[in-house]
Design a protein around this ligand. Sequence first.
Ligand SMILES: [Zn+2]
Length: 113
Amino acid sequence: MPLGFIPPGGNYQPPQPDLGASRSDVEELKDKFERLKLVTMAVWTFVKDDKEINEDALIARVREIDKLDGTADGKLRLGVKKCGKCGKTLNPKFEKCLYCGHITPVSSIFETF
Ligand SMILES: [Zn+2]
């Protein structure tokens, strides 16, 4: 079970899956995708209202960010996260290192998707 998102100074916890239900990886991914859409839309409404940016500008920015990982493929693949103590690769589902137990908090909400 993935641990909840713990932002610096925050207390937001994403909804946890029903532990009594058997869930497939596809169902879990669908839930994560829907949560991603929800957070993205919430951010978009703040920006749209505050900065008076239209959707064309958003689309242009998405295309620009899409290229940050080296490939304009409609996806953004963030780098592999390393343990803050021992440096070993972290399982993306856990913020606690499986090797040394160190907890490396997420630095961005985008790491939780
Ligand atoms: Zn470690």
